[in-house]
Design a protein around this ligand. Structure first.
Ligand SMILES: C[S@@+](CC[C@H](N)C(=O)[O-])C[C@H]1O[C@@H](n2cnc3c(N)ncnc32)[C@H](O)[C@@H]1O
Length: 275
């Protein structure tokens, strides 16, 4: 049940990141940010541009004076590479061995990439800020806040989504925005400096993914599988036996239009340490 689901989604994430890396050359593993809440067209290219816009939005939120950043849930190192380009000193942490290897290959020698979950990371290094780009919701919230207090001298930046109250029960691993604020308040170490709801700007990501899956990928796979079944029945049998379910999933949108914004709210938040 649960373990298999977890593994599956890790593999999907890694595959998406690999595609982003080879198709568009950056390897961002986050959604797109669409200025004005509208995609100019439904292509992978505009999703890629929107992933870049997401990065720019994130980078602009980093408070002045910050030099060292601990990126938690660092994906393929795409944010880190661009932040190094902007002059920051980066340290990365992520449990994904595959993506960490991609990160090491693109980052300057000497940039540390730590193979671990934040929950199991036990060191006392201090950084100016911690950075969570679409990674906070993967991590146990209490543990994430405790570790942030332990590693962030000045504060942290969080760019991620929360479950809406009405959909709280659909997934126990995601917290609501109100739960996050309450946990932050209870901890007492940080205060919110800015909090922007960008759900509308993120939502077109799913319009593009749905379109690509239902209008492009699904008919392509259907034709491909039909042809294979006619011409190479034996190979077709093997493919269907071992990858049939996976292919069905690839061609089925995981989120119908409107689903994401109904269930989630995406926020860009900056927290600073209380004095
Ligand atoms: C959606 S990706 C975002 C990657 C990157 N921040 C970006 O913006 O492209 C989520 C990242 O969180 C990482 N992650 C998942 N569980 C984690 C945990 N418990 N502790 C730290 N990182 C985790 C994943 O391995 C992945 O690198």
């Amino acid at each position: 049940g649960d373990m298999v689901m977890k593994k599956q989604s890790t593999l999907d994430l890694e595959f998406m990141a690999l595609l982003s890396e080879v198709m568009f050359g950056h390897g961002f593993a986050h959604y797109g940010y669409f200025e004005g809440g509208k995609a100019p067209d439904l292509t992978g290219q505009s999703l890629s541009n929107a992933q870049q816009a997401y990065f720019d939005k994130l980078a602009d939120a980093i408070p002045d004076g910050v030099k060292t950043i601990f990126e938690i849930g660092s994906g393929t190192g795409a944010n880190a590479l661009a932040l190094i380009g902007r002059g920051y000193d980066m340290t990365l942490l992520s449990p994904s061995v595959q993506m960490n290897q991609m990160a090491r290959e693109k980052l300057p020698a000497g940039t540390e990439v730590i193979d671990a979950t934040l929950e199991e990371f036990e060191r006392d290094d201090m950084f100016d800020i911690c950075l969570y780009a679409e990674s906070f919701h993967y991590i146990d919230m209490t543990s994430a806040l405790a570790k942030t207090e332990r590693h962030a001298r000045e504060g942290f930046v969080l760019f991620d989504y929360f479950r809406r109250e009405a959909h709280r029960e659909t997934d126990r691993t995601h917290s609501t925005h109100a739960e996050f604020l309450a946990a932050l308040e209870a901890q007492g170490a940080f205060e919110v400096v800015s909090d922007e709801d960008v759900t509308a700007e993120i939502a077109p990501t799913f319009e593009i993914m749905n379109y690509v899956q239902t209008e492009k990928l699904a008919p392509f796979l259907e034709r491909f599988r039909g042809e294979l079944a006619r011409e190479k029945p034996w190979r077709s049998w093997v493919l269907e036996k071992f990858a049939g379910k996976k292919l069905n999933r690839l061609a089925t949108p995981s989120k119908r239009p409107g689903f994401f914004e109904e269930q989630n709210e995406y926020h860009l938040m900056v927290m600073k340490r209380r004095n």
